[in-house]
Design a protein around this ligand. Structure first.
Ligand code: ME8
Length: 512
């Protein structure tokens, strides 16, 4: 089975911040999870490089647009590398493979009479890269998202007959039994889209005559393709549209398009309409996660309240940064981020719960068994309890993209082992019954191994480290894949007696 998941392709006018990081980490966790479950995964991210916003940003830096995009796109790649993002592809809209796909789609729509020429005057917001209606503006006449005044523009453009897709879209979005059903999540967002759709659709501008930095229309070289049309098509370019039919048939339609609510309309209305126009299959799920603010206000460079991924990594380390950001905010809801909140979560979940579990187990093994896994009777009861707890909800939460809940499930499983340790009072057993102590430690290690396997998608490096610490056998990724496919703990467990317990005793130093 295949699983194709995408993030938005991000504008290169600025470097990636915590918002881009959030979507990309969430997609990465899903991609890793599906791979562990035996899926043939295609995970796509990339950069959106055309349009007036990018051309202006390049001009400000005194660079040619292409040179500017080359430099900025690398910054996204580097950041995703730092964060251990496992994308299978990274697409840039300035690549040749993308030009071919865009030209083909636009030509098909034109030939079908879905694109026509019209004179148009409207208020264009360069931040959104779209025309805004009066009702979209705030009281001062500003774009509510970008706090800039849209510019009045008058052009003769090519338009796309979006209005003719209203009924077909409504049907596919609201009827779950439709064979081309588009599942928009979460429900509140779907309701907003449906509500807006019911009000009717207007045809939209599909090209620009005043923007040079873009892909020329194949049938009128004096115009360039509207940057949003250009951008959305990336999702089919990457899986071989117009180039590799086998690959395209294998991966398209996409299983999940992930993004925040700011661009949900483009993905759930305009994009499916374009696909329908070109007679291509439609996305299965479109998931809009929440938009978050920093210390209660909109993130903005001018307000100086932007968090960059590198800062998170500097404070907490790569794996903790990955975990914290998804554990902190309910997926699908808007949320507020603060350094205080992040550090509190780090100390509670990682230093005090998971970190403490590892370090107390290691300390006991060091004091009593010279840091070797004791030869003992193998009792997998605790490991099975942890497994049972995780099976109850973790798997369905992961499959439904409820990542914050899955993180809670992990914490509950870790707590279960910590509680067992409190109940056993192993430090007393050290004096009275060393055989029992050996069996206890051995069982804690097996339970920790089960936790590590489930942590893998969130914290790949930490999970691997834990695997080493507990002396578990085999490569954790191979073992986890087998485990998720077979669904049972091997009868000999994971950690092997007699092995050395190695690795750092403190995985997550407490932050004061
Ligand atoms: O819109 N909270 O690119 P973009 C949560 N190029 N997520 C956030 C966020 C925040 N405060 N800020 C940004 C574009 N994001 C187009 C997309 S796709 C064909 C073209 C994330 O660089 C979130 O995923 O403005 C949001 O949808 C995306 O970044 C917008 O990225």
């Amino acid at each position: 089975m295949k699983f194709y998941i995408t993030t938005p392709i991000y504008y290169v006018n600025d470097v990636p911040h915590i918002g881009h990081f959030y979507t990309t980490i969430a997609a990465d966790i899903m991609a890793r999870w599906k791979r562990l479950n035996g899926f043939d995964v295609y995970f796509l991210t990339g950069t959106d490089e055309h349009g007036s916003k990018i051309a202006e940003a390049a001009k400000v830096k005194g660079k040619k647009p292409q040179e500017f995009c080359d430099e900025m796109s690398v910054k996204f790649r580097q950041t995703w590398k730092l964060l251990n993002i496992s994308n299978d592809d990274f697409i840039r809209t300035t690549e040749q493979r993308h030009f071919v796909a865009v030209e083909n789609i636009v030509r098909i729509l034109f030939d079908k009479g879905l694109i026509f020429k019209k004179k148009y005057e409207g208020m264009y917001c360069i931040g959104c890269e779209k025309f805004l209606a009066k009702k979209d503006l705030d009281e001062g006449g500003y774009c509510p998202f970008h706090k800039i005044k849209p510019i009045l523009q008058s052009e003769e453009n090519y338009f796309f007959r979006l209005s003719s897709f209203q009924g077909a879209l409504l049907e596919r979005i609201t009827d779950v039994s439709h064979e081309e059903h588009i599942d928009i999540q979460p429900e509140e967002r779907r309701n907003e889209i449906v509500g807006k759709l019911k009000l009717g659709l207007e045809d939209i501008s599909f090209s620009r005559s005043t923007v040079e930095w873009g892909i020329s229309l194949p049938f009128d070289k004096s115009q360039t393709v509207y940057v949003w049309t250009d951008a959305l098509i990336n999702y089919i370019t990457a899986v071989g549209y117009s180039k590799d039919e086998t690959k395209f048939k294998n991966y398209w339609p996409v299983d999940v398009h992930l993004m925040a609510k700011d661009i949900l309309w483009f993905h759930s209305v305009i994009w499916p309409a374009v696909l329908m126009g070109a007679q291509l299959p439609l996305p299965k799920t479109i998931y809009s996660h929440g938009f978050f603010t920093l210390n209660g206000s909109k993130m903005s460079k001018s307000l100086g309240n932007v968090i960059y991924p590198q800062e998170l990594v500097g404070n907490y380390g790569v794996d903790a940064a990955r975990y914290l950001i998804v554990a902190l905010i309910p997926f699908g809801l808007d949320g507020n981020i603060s350094w205080q909140g992040l550090t509190l979560k780090y100390n509670t979940d990682l230093a005090n719960n998971l970190g403490n579990l590892i370090s107390r187990t290691l300390k006991m093994a060091e004091k009593n068994f010279n840091l070797k896994i004791p030869q003992a009777f193998l009792n997998l009861e605790l490991a099975k309890n942890v497994e049972k707890k995780l099976k109850e909800t973790f798997i369905s939460n992961m499959n439904n993209l409820q990542l914050h809940k899955a993180a809670e499930d992990l914490q509950d499983a870790i707590t279960l082992v910590n509680i067992q340790i409190e109940t056993d009072v192993p430090w007393k057993l050290a004096k009275t019954n060393k055989n029992k102590l050996a069996a206890c430690i051995y069982s804690y290690l097996q339970a920790i191994d089960v936790v590590a396997i489930h942590l893998l998608s969130f914290m790949p490096n930490i999970a691997e480290k834990i695997w080493q610490i507990t002396g578990a056998s085999g490569n954790i990724n191979d073992v986890a894949r087998k485990y998720f496919i077979n669904g049972v703990i091997p009868k000999d467990g994971f950690s092997v007696s007699g092995r050395d317990l190695q690795g750092p005793k403190i995985l997550f130093p407490r932050i004061l």
